[in-house]
Design a protein around this ligand. Structure first.
Ligand SMILES: NC(=O)c1ccc[n+]([C@@H]2O[C@H](COP(=O)([O-])OP(=O)(O)OC[C@H]3O[C@@H](n4cnc5c(N)ncnc54)[C@H](OP(=O)(O)O)[C@@H]3O)[C@@H](O)[C@H]2O)c1
Length: 238
């Protein structure tokens, strides 16, 4: 679409390769900053780097997030701190730090990537789903506050084939979960379309709507027991 990009991800060779590939294929200005966003003060470092770039910023996409499937006591406590930090706190901090720049633009957008787990409590993904409920609630509230200045959208994708661990889990999950799996390109396209239309919530594919209807028809207890059985199948020993 001709927008320049400021990319932030872990500081490794993939980030630079991605930067070069996008720049070569789309002839746009692409800059990259490698950092571990789970580090204390990483969001502040990103914000400082953004300031130094001295370019107008009209879109902030908070995509970083990590997930897992496990019994609550099976993972170390510091892993859960990392999940909450990456999925919720970093999103909140980057929104806070970048917003003043967004507000200078005539058309500005924030797109937060939630999850289908923003809509349901997810057994065996308890901290992930709690962090994604934070994403939903924060996004809806901020949208109302910023109504006249910045359009805030939140996306609730079901499964996306983004990495090997998810492909492995999807294979183990039941048919209900596999039904909602999508390729990342399709999710990205629908999310951007929804963001530019100023949609409050973006439901990529049919799965989030279908799952919500199933929950309304079956009721809470039956839905929970189906989710329990589905997610239990996806437990992977880390
Ligand atoms: N995949 C799904 O099934 C699914 C479903 C619903 C929602 N989501 C949400 O979609 C978003 C993207 O997920 P994904 O599946 O694409 O995950 P992913 O394949 O693991 O990619 C996550 C992205 O975040 C970056 N990242 C991860 N840890 C980081 C850290 N500590 N510091 C800096 N950057 C870090 C990764 O950077 P590197 O490239 O450097 O590793 C990568 O660009 C997340 O918010 C996730 O919760 C995913």
């Amino acid at each position: 679409m001709g927008y320049g990009l400021l990319l932030v991800a872990l500081d490794d060779v993939h980030l630079e390769n991605t930067r070069r590939e996008i720049e070569k294929n789309y002839e746009i200005d692409v800059r990259a900053f490698g950092t571990d966003l789970s580090d204390h003060c990483a969001a502040e470092k990103v914000s400082q780097w953004v300031e130094e770039q001295d370019v107008p910023i009209s879109i902030l996409i908070n995509n970083v997030g990590v997930g897992y499937v496990s019994g609550f006591l099976e993972m170390p406590l510091d892993y859960y701190e990392k999940v909450v930090n990456l999925n919720a706190i970093v999103m909140m901090k980057l929104s806070y730090l970048v917003l003043p720049r967004l507000m200078k633009e005539e058309n500005a957008y924030i797109l937060n990537i939630g999850s289908i787990a923003s809509l349901f409590p997810a057994p065996y993904k308890a901290i992930y789903s709690a962090s994604k409920h934070f994403v939903k609630s924060f996004s809806y509230a901020l949208r109302e506050e910023l109504k006249n200045d910045v359009k805030v959208s939140v996306a609730f994708p079901a499964g996306i084939y983004t990495n090997e661990s998810i492909k492995d889990r999807a294979h183990k999950f039941g048919w209900l979960a596999r039904l909602g799996m999508l390729e990342p390109e399709k999710v990205a396209r629908q999310c951007l379309r929804g963001m530019f239309r100023g949609q409050r919530r973006i439901m990529p594919g049919n799965a989030p709507v279908v799952y919500s209807r199933i929950r309304d028809v079956l009721g809470y207890r039956l839905t929970m027991s189906i989710l329990m059985r589905n997610f239990k199948k996806g437990i992977i020993n880390h």
